[in-house]
Ligand binder design. Structure first.
Ligand SMILES: Nc1ncnc2c1ncn2[C@@H]1O[C@H](COP(=O)(O)OP(=O)(O)OP(=O)(O)O)[C@@H](O)[C@H]1O
Length: 261
């Protein structure tokens, strides 16, 4: 049975007197896969930071994996959350091998390293590398990979710990068409597999929404414009209101395309 993974009640974030998020009410269940869309500066990354237990709201209440932020030790919570973003990727040493980049994700969970864990973790890391079509890169230095390959490594690392919540901040940004389609295809397979956790993905483009995603949250000026299943929230009307220009939206076999009307 589905459980509640995120529950935000009247969440606001104020920084330097600016309201970045404004009265967000939002619930994510374990069997839902959300996309967050909105113009630059809308507050998407800030929302994801709260979901990652990396930031507290200024006002309101945020529950992450049934724990209330501010009342829980976030260091216990974070290993259950997979988070892939450019900011996280910058922390990965460029000379680390791809296998180690993925394998070391297990350290933060186990907090130790012995023979038993080594074998289990190694097998899991190898399986994850295969699932994300990275096995041929296992011994390569992370910094020597293309942008597309690096993005896949970041995601592989974030799913290594078998998280209950997976957060992806613009996973397809800067990729060429082929690399984007490969990544969107892999994410779609993962999201549709029945084995995936709840996912929240920030993106700028509806073309990057993988198959198997179910819900959309549209954000503008820190406020929710629409939130819910695709049929309700991911509409030309809501995109038009969110981006402030008339938008046409088409859908073919679970993939979306948008352009100015
Ligand atoms: N620490 C901070 N102090 C002041 N303003 C901040 C701070 N962090 C973020 N902001 C502002 O909050 C707004 C929302 O930022 P956020 O990164 O969440 O937006 P976003 O929707 O992810 O944007 P983008 O699509 O450009 O990545 C921006 O105007 C940003 O400048």
């Amino acid at each position: 049975m589905a459980s509640t993974v995120l529950q935000f009640r009247d969440v606001s974030v104020v920084r330097d007197g600016n309201t970045i998020l404004d009265g967000i009410d939002w619930t994510v269940a374990s069997d839902e896969r959300w996309v967050i869309l909105g113009p630059n500066g809308a507050g998407k990354t800030t929302l994801l930071q709260i979901a990652a237990a990396a930031m507290h709201p200024t006002k309101g209440e945020a529950e992450v994996l049934a724990e209330s932020l501010g009342k829980v030790d976030v260091f216990e919570l974070r290993p259950m959350i997979g988070f892939a973003s450019t900011a996280m990727a910058r922390k990965i040493p460029r000379n680390e091998t791809v296998l180690d980049v993925v394998l070391t994700a297990a350290y933060s969970v186990t907090g130790r390293w012995n023979e038993e864990y080594e074998e289990i973790d190694l097998r899991r890391a190898q399986r994850v590398l295969k699932e994300w079509r990275l096995e041929q890169f296992a011994d390569r230095r992370f910094g020597s990979l293309s942008d597309g390959e690096q993005k896949r490594v970041q995601i592989a690392r974030s799913v290594m710990t078998d998280p209950e919540l997976l957060l992806l901040d613009e996973p397809a940004a800067s990729l060429d068409l082929g690399a984007r389609e490969e990544l969107v295809g892999l994410l779609g397979g993962y999201a549709s597999s029945g084995a995936s956790p709840a996912i929240v993905m920030v993106t700028h483009h509806v073309e990057e929404i993988p198959q198997g995603f179910t819900h959309a949250l549209l954000l503008a000026d820190g406020k929710i414009q629409a939130a819910g299943p695709f049929a309700e929230a991911l509409t030309a009307e809501h995109l038009t209101a969110t981006f402030g220009l008339p938008i046409e939206l088409t859908e073919t076999n679970g993939r979306y395309a948008a352009r100015a009307a």
